[in-house]
Design a protein around this ligand. Structure first.
Ligand SMILES: *Cc1c(COP(=O)(O)O)cnc(C)c1O
Length: 232
């Protein structure tokens, strides 16, 4: 495969996705400044990420702590102002590395993780913005708190661990129309006084923007197909 051609594709993918984010905001009557595009670079090696950085993108998502540790320190040394988002499941024994490396963590979903993050944030004096993942489809194999336990978990994060919850995140079931899941996430956020909504991927980010997404996580529409399955 021609790596240079792929790299150019990623930059043109970025431009196409940015244009669609803008038009979705326009259709929804929303200010584009309220929607952050998180370019999901998981599975892609640094040479395929560089053209997207060179095209000006600075917000990236990775779903594995170890993979991100391998790629991002060097890329950050070359490009100023990178903001790194953890969008995959977090193990409590990786909390130290996660707090060191990431600016935003989208996948807080159990008391043990909340406690581990609170401890590391205090120890390191770093405050990544935190999102609570909600399993809106109540899928047994999927991470996230159930919708009916979300309020209690958010309260526990705040009161017991002193964590500020910046947003909520969901990944709707692949086979469902996503809109009701996005609407449910927005409703849980509103009743808990939470403003961030991380929702929408390559297949459905325009719908997520219509439902109020503040962060859309877009991978394959920018970088192309992932040859390695690396699902959350
Ligand atoms: C991989 C992944 C994405 C991006 O998915 P695409 O369909 O490639 O846009 C978004 N969110 C999470 C949690 C992911 O794991």
């Amino acid at each position: 495969m021609n790596t240079q051609a792929e790299a150019q594709d990623a930059a043109s993918g970025l431009h196409a996705v940015r244009a669609e984010v803008l038009s979705s905001c326009r259709d929804a009557g929303r200010d584009p400044a309220t929607v952050t595009l998180v370019a999901v670079s998981k599975t892609f090696p640094a040479p395929e990420i560089v053209p997207v950085l060179a095209a000006g993108q600075r917000v990236f998502g990775e779903n594995r702590v170890q993979e991100a540790q391998g790629k991002w320190p060097a890329l950050r040394a070359d490009y100023q102002g990178v903001e790194l988002h953890l969008i995959g499941p977090l193990q409590s024994n990786k909390a130290r590395e996660a707090v060191e490396l990431f600016d935003v963590i989208h996948t807080v979903d159990r008391p043990k993780i909340a406690a581990a993050l609170a401890g590391e944030m205090a120890r390191q004096g770093r405050n990544p913005r935190l999102f609570v993942q909600v399993n809106t489809g109540a899928e047994p194999q999927k991470a996230g708190v159930l919708p009916e336990t979300a309020d209690a978990f958010i309260a526990e994060c705040r009161e017991r661990h002193g964590l500020k919850i910046f947003g909520l995140m969901c990944i709707p079931p692949a086979t469902d129309v996503p809109d009701p899941h996005f609407a449910l996430l927005a409703k849980i956020a509103a009743r808990n006084g939470i403003s961030g909504l991380s929702m929408g991927m390559s297949a459905d980010f325009p719908a997520a923007i219509r439902q109020g997404a503040t962060h859309v996580r877009v991978g394959s529409a920018i970088f192309g197909h992932r040859s390695l399955p690396n699902e959350a």
